[in-house]
Write a protein that binds this ligand. Structure first.
Ligand SMILES: Nc1ncnc2c1ncn2[C@@H]1O[C@H](COP(=O)(O)OP(=O)(O)OP(=O)(O)O)[C@@H](O)[C@H]1O
Length: 595
């Protein structure tokens, strides 16, 4: 549930003493600033009455310097203090968002656009920072300057002139009220447009090869141009609303000035107030103008901030669904016995069950191979074993513990996993292989690379294991990436190891070499291997064939070949050379695969 307390409220309460100190420093500077009209009045009246002497001028000048210097020093330190708090809010918010995102399940990210998540982390947090930086600073400034100036104008100069000058100001409040929801709505649209643009660029970068090979540059440019145009359009609407608001507010403030000049001059001519009073009155008014204008800006900012606060709280209130539940047993080590009992599973957004009534036992140290057509449920089974999704209770058992009762940390530490997409981080190859909370020696990294048959490939690179990958560095081939991912799993001394179609991008010679090495490795581990290639899995202790989420065949390679089923068909297809006559008028050749 979303917390009722706003982020600002929590932040201000937590740092109340720092804010108090910042406010005091700023208030002292503002009060000093308010001495300027008093000094100006004394000076002007002195000049007019000819009561001022050259020696008094020096004294006055000294006072101006003292007041100016004091105001500057206190203002600077108050400003530094409050601005520092805004950076603290920014830092804390980004940390909270990141650590919360880390807790959320994989499913959350499938339903989110990365651009929107980036907009929360960048734009929303920036708005929140500005509220403290400008909003708080300007609110204190407005409160002190307006209240003291108005008091001084009314009590020491002319009450009715003050009333007259202040008359247009409620109009400013009305304007702020009128524009409130409009500006909020436009700022929301701007956020969304930035999210869309960011997603578009992100997708473009990830899909660059597909875009180029399908010559979709023109189409992509059109889509980008459209999004870019929409972004400008919504920004224009926001600018229009903001400008209209600012111009009208300035008009109102200008009216106050006009009243002051006209009626103030009349009062001077009638000698109701002195020339010094008139100068001081207008100086007070000039001190008021910026804060009054800023009230409008602060209201704007607060409106945007309220929306950003809501959005961030909504993210932070998203409950993680995969976590250690009540009743989690204090298990710190896993042997590796796996048992799936009547396991059925349906994705929230799925129409049909991805897995139906699966029953398999994989004793510790043995291997299970899973084959089946695309979309038959192979990866789903692995996702459940890793608890990337929650399996139903009492359907997956590890060492006779329901997987839902095994602490997530223990479970994940006990499984080495080579995912289908072979994701590598933009760091060095060494860091990619040693991607584990446990520290590894270089020799262990080299050993894992040798086992994954990627050592020579890496040694041929300019910086060898220190070669940077990804955005800042080099790109590896698909087969090299796959073997680096395998090395990352092999280095981890876990009792369970899972390969999800992890040898699809290597040639058959490398596949045989890797499999030979893995066989010795896997003797001590429970292993699950998913593959479309029979050559990869034929040595497994047991093989299951999935079709539409159900186990339709099971056995060893030899026993499955005796059945005239899907497995045998796959095997025959993969080991026989034949030419497909035509497909859409194009001839397709499928090469014979060596066993
Ligand atoms: N997050 C998801 N939400 C909804 N349905 C999903 C989700 N992930 C997978 N599915 C569906 O579940 C079924 C099984 O998918 P799964 O990824 O397990 O198949 P697979 O056998 O691993 O396929 P492949 O060989 O292509 O990797 C498919 O129909 C798929 O569309």
């Amino acid at each position: 549930m979303m917390s009722k307390k706003t982020i600002f409220k929590e932040h201000f309460v937590l740092h109340k003493w720092s804010y108090l100190l910042g406010t005091i420093l700023l208030t002292i500077s503002l009060v000093l600033q308010l001495f300027v009209p008093v000094l100006l009045k004394k000076f002007t009246d002195g000049l007019q009455n000819e009561t001022i002497h050259v020696s008094d001028l020096w004294e006055l000048a000294l006072w101006f310097v003292i007041v100016g210097l004091g105001a500057f020093l206190f203002r600077s330190s108050g400003r530094i203090y409050i601005f520092k708090m805004s950076r603290i809010l920014e830092r804390d918010l980004r940390s909270s968002l990141f650590s919360h995102w880390e807790k959320l399940q994989a499913e959350y990210y499938q339903n989110q656009r990365i651009g929107n998540l980036m907009a929360h982390a960048v734009n929303d947090v920036n708005i929140m920072r500005q509220i403290v930086m400008q909003g708080y600073f300007q609110t204190v400034e407005a409160a002190v300057l307006i209240s003291i100036s108005v008091f001084m104008m009314a009590s020491t100069i002319h009450f009715y002139l003050t009333l007259l000058v202040l008359l247009p100001l409620p109009g400013l409040t009305y304007m702020a009220y009128r524009f409130r929801s409009k500006i909020q709505m436009h700022s929301l649209k701007v956020q969304e447009a930035i999210g869309t643009l960011t997603s578009r660029v992100q997708e473009f970068c990830s899909g660059i090869s597909v875009i180029k090979t399908y010559t979709q540059e023109e189409e992509e440019r059109k889509k980008f141009t459209n999004d870019n145009r929409s972004n400008v359009e919504v920004n224009k609407q926001l600018i229009r609303a903001n400008s209209l608001f600012t111009s009208l507010s300035q008009g109102i403030v200008g009216l106050s000035y006009l009243i002051s000049i006209v009626f103030g001059s009349i009062l001077v001519m009638k000698s109701t107030i002195s020339l010094g009073d008139f100068v001081a009155f207008n100086t007070y008014l000039s001190l008021l103008i910026a804060p009054i204008e800023n009230i409008g800006k602060v209201i704007n900012l607060l409106q945007q901030g309220k929306a950003a606060d809501n959005r961030i709280r909504e993210v932070l209130s998203t409950e993680p669904t995969i976590l250690d539940e009540e009743g989690t047993a204090p298990i710190t080590a896993i042997q590796g016995n796996i048992s799936l009992r009547n396991l059925s599973f349906k994705y929230k957004r799925g129409k049909e069950s991805a897995l139906k009534n699966i029953n398999v036992t994989i004793p510790k140290g043995t291997s299970l191979a899973i084959v089946g057509k695309v979309g038959s449920g192979k990866s789903t089974l692995v996702n459940l074993l890793l608890r990337l999704y929650n399996p139903p209770k009492n359907s997956i058992f590890i060492d006779d513990h329901d997987i839902r009762d095994v602490p997530l940390k223990t479970l994940r530490e006990s499984v080495a996993y080579v995912p289908q997409d072979n994701f590598l981080f933009s760091t060095s190859i060494k860091e990619n292989i040693a991607f584990d909370p446990n520290p590894y020696q270089d020799e262990q990294v080299f050993h894992a690379a040798r086992q994954a048959h990627v050592y020579q490939d890496i040694s041929d690179l300019p910086d060898k294991f220190d070669t940077e990958l990804g955005e800042r560095g080099l790109s590896l081939s698909g087969g090299q990436r796959q073997r680096v991912s395998i090395a990352r799993a092999l280095i981890k001394p876990s009792p369970i190891i899972i390969f999800d179609d992890s040898l699809s991008a290597v040639d058959s010679k490398t596949e045989t070499n890797i499999l030979n090495t893995l066989r010795t490795q896997m003797k001590s581990r429970t292993s699950i291997i998913i593959s479309h290639r029979i050559s990869t899995i034929q040595e497994a202790d047991q093989i299951i064939v999935l079709d539409k989420g159900e186990i339709v065949e099971r056995g060893t390679h030899q026993s499955l070949l005796k059945q005239d089923g899907i497995y045998k068909k796959m095997f025959t297809q993969q080991t026989t050379e034949f030419t497909w006559p035509t497909l859409n008028g194009r001839k397709i050749l499928i090469k014979k695969r060596r066993r």
